[in-house]
Ligand binder design. Sequence first.
Ligand SMILES: CC(C)(COP(=O)(O)OP(=O)(O)OC[C@H]1O[C@@H](n2cnc3c(N)ncnc32)[C@H](O)[C@@H]1OP(=O)(O)O)[C@@H](O)C(=O)NCCC(=O)NCCS
Length: 138
Amino acid sequence: MEWIHHSLPYTISDRMEQLQPDVIVGWLQSSYWAAERSEDTILRSWQDSLCFGVYSTAGLQVGFMRVLTDGATFSWLCDVIVDPGHRGQGLGKWMMAVLVDHPRICHTSIYLGTRDAHGLYEKYGFVRQEMMVRRPAR
Ligand SMILES: CC(C)(COP(=O)(O)OP(=O)(O)OC[C@H]1O[C@@H](n2cnc3c(N)ncnc32)[C@H](O)[C@@H]1OP(=O)(O)O)[C@@H](O)C(=O)NCCC(=O)NCCS
């Protein structure tokens, strides 16, 4: 599927073949949550995910997010990122609007973890809730 922004020169697509792995791996390895992930781990993490790219009209990748979902009850949103040069103009909010309306996701509870972007997600109906996690042995 593809979404065209009503006023900004960007599109969102969920086509895997459009993703620009070098760009996304660079962002994730500079992020606070995925800095230790190898490129191989990052690429494998996409295989069972719904991945969304944001693209400029010139075809540059400017944003990314991915979702794991069972399509019925549960989704996990992660790796939400917008290129620093394209932040602050509404792309993050547009990504959330697309996500919460997506036909495979809109009927599920969507979970995520964030250090400081609660305010973004709260605009789209997310509420804070305690979670448990089991991390793999190193
Ligand atoms: C978070 C991020 C995706 C937002 O993208 P963006 O395109 O700049 O966001 P938008 O322009 O749509 O605006 C985001 C809105 O959420 C709010 N917000 C709340 N917490 C925020 C945060 N930590 N970072 C950015 N925006 C935040 C902003 O104030 C803004 O609200 P406003 O329109 O009422 O002013 C982007 O800043 C980013 O990639 N940050 C680094 C990676 C990251 O932290 N990802 C989220 C991990 S959970």
